[in-house]
Write a protein that binds this ligand. Structure first.
Ligand code: ATP
Length: 359
C-alpha cells in the first residue's frame, strides 16, 4: 500500500518564506495526482518534502503505513523525476537506468538485466549504448522515467515532467505517461502549472495558492464546480466569468438583467445580499437576437481560436460601468465587433459565490 498522507505539513525556509502552510492532503494508493497552481504557490516544495529533499518544519508525511517525515530520501522508497531529467551526461542510457541499482549495491549483471528489461518496457532498447546528449527530449524523458522505475518505488514524484518538450512531443509524452501510470499502478504525484495537462492526465487535482490547498477534486469537479473564485479563475483555458450580482427575490440581478437563481442554491440565499454570479464561457450560448434570461451587451472583441471563437461582450455592471463577459461561439456563428448580443446560460451550469466561496 502506498497512499500518501500529509498532516498539517508546514515548510518555512530559512529566509522566512512559508512555502507550505499547515497543509492536509490524502493521495490514494495508485492514484495519478496533480499539484497545480500559480508560480510560487509551493508545488515544488510540496513534492520535495514528500521526497525528503526538504525536511518539514512541522507536520507529518506518511507513505502507506510508514511515517517518513524525518527519513532521508533514500529510505522513503520514492523516485523523483526532475524537470531537466538530471541524467548523467557521461554515462550510457544503460548505466543511467542502472544507476540507482548500483547505489543499492545490486551486482553488475543483475542491474544490466534489469536496465534492459525496463528499457524494453519503455521502448528504449535500441538506445541503451547512447549517451543522453544523443537523444531527443522525449527519449531523455523516457530514460529518466526508466531510471525512476528500475527500483520499483512505491511512489513516483514528477516535477513538471513534460515542460521540456515541444508542443507536439508533449501530447505524445502525455499519452505515454498516462498509459504507463495505468499499467504500473504506482501512486504518482506530478507538479505542473499547465492546467490543461492536469485536467487531461490526473485522477485528481489539488489546486494550490500561497502554500495552501484551495480545492482537491477530479478534473470534472474542479472544472464544473470550482470551490472558490480563485480556482474558478485559475482552471479552464479561459477563466470563468465572475460577475457581481444581488439576490432579488427569486432572481439574481446580474449586469442589468434578472436571471433565475440556480436551482441547487435556492433557499440558501438571502434576499438583497451581494454575491458573485459565475458561468464558464463554454456554458454560455451566443444569440444575435433577444432571448429571455440572458446577459446582454455589445460585442467588443472576437478572437478566432480555430474551431471556435472567444467573444467578449461588454455588459453593464451598474453605475454606468461595464464588465466583460466571454462566450465561446462555434465556428461560422461569430458576430462582429459592435453587434449587440445575448449570452444564454445553459441550465444547471451557473454557480453562485459568497465571500469568494461556492454557495
Ligand atoms: P514554480 O511554479 O514557479 O516552480 P512553485 O509553486 O513550485 O513555483 P516553490 O518553488 O515551491 O513554488 O516555492 C514556494 C515559495 O518558496 C516561493 O515563494 C519561493 O520563492 C520560495 N522558495 C522556494 N525554494 C526556496 C528556498 N530554497 N529558499 C527560500 N525560499 C524558497
Amino acid at each position: 500500500m502506498s497512499a500518501i498522507t500529509l498532516r498539517e505539513l508546514t515548510k518555512v525556509y530559512p529566509n522566512g518564506v512559508r512555502a507550505l502552510d499547515a497543509l492536509d492532503l490524502e493521495i490514494a494508493d495508485g492514484e495519478f495526482f496533480a499539484l497545480l497552481g500559480p508560480s510560487g504557490c509551493g508545488k515544488t516544495t510540496l513534492l520535495r518534502t514528500i521526497a525528503g529533499l526538504e525536511l518539514a518544519s512541522a507536520g507529518s508525511v506518511s507513505i502507506g503505513d510508514r511515517a517518513v517525515t524525518n527519513l532521508p530520501p533514500g529510505q522513503r522508497d520514492v523516485a523523483m523525476v526532475f524537470q531537466d531529467y538530471a541524467l548523467f551526461p557521461h554515462m550510457s542510457v544503460r548505466d543511467n537506468i542502472a544507476y540507482p541499482l548500483r547505489i543499492k549495491k545490486v551486482g553488475r549483471a543483475a542491474r544490466h538485466d534489469k536496465a534492459a528489461n525496463t528499457a524494453d518496457e519503455l521502448g528504449l532498447s535500441a538506445l541503451l549504448d547512447r549517451r543522453p546528449g544523443q537523444l531527443s527530449g522525449g527519449q531523455q524523458q523516457r530514460v529518466a522515467l526508466a531510471r525512476a522505475m528500475a527500483c520499483h518505488p512505491q511512489v513516483f514524484l514528477l516535477d513538471e515532467p513534460l515542460s521540456n518538450l515541444d508542443a507536439r512531443l508533449r501530447l505524445e509524452a502525455r499519452t505515454f505517461l498516462k498509459r504507463l501510470q495505468r499499467e504500473l499502478g504506482v501512486t504518482t504525484v506530478f507538479v505542473t502549472h499547465d492546467q490543461a495537462e492536469a485536467l487531461a492526465l490526473a485522477d485528481r487535482i489539488a489546486v494550490m495558492e500561497g502554500g495552501r490547498i484551495r480545492q482537491v477534486g477530479t478534473p470534472t469537479e474542479v472544472f464544473r464546480r470550482p470551490a472558490n473564485t480563485f480556482v474558478a479563475g485559475f482552471i479552464g483555458s479561459t477563466p470563468m466569468n465572475l460577475v457581481p450580482a444581488r439576490v432579488d427575490g427569486d432572481a439574481l440581478a446580474v449586469a442589468g438583467v434578472r436571471l433565475p437563481v440556480p436551482e441547487d442554491v435556492r433557499g440558501r440565499l438571502t434576499d438583497g445580499e451581494q454575491v458573485v454570479y459565475g458561468v464558464r464561457p463554454e456554458y454560455l450560448d451566443y444569440s444575435p437576437d433577444p432571448v429571455p434570461d440572458a446577459l446582454t451587451g455589445q460585442v467588443v472583441v472576437v478572437e478566432n481560436l480555430g474551431s471556435f471563437s472567444l467573444v467578449s461582450l461588454d455588459v453593464p455592471a451598474g453605475d454606468g460601468a461595464t464588465t466583460s463577459v466571454q462566450v465561446v461561439v462555434p465556428e461560422g456563428r461569430e458576430p462582429d465587433p459592435g453587434d449587440t448580443g445575448w449570452a444564454v446560460p445553459r441550465p444547471g451550469r451557473s454557480l453562485v459565490y459568497r465571500d469568494g466561496e461556492l454557495v
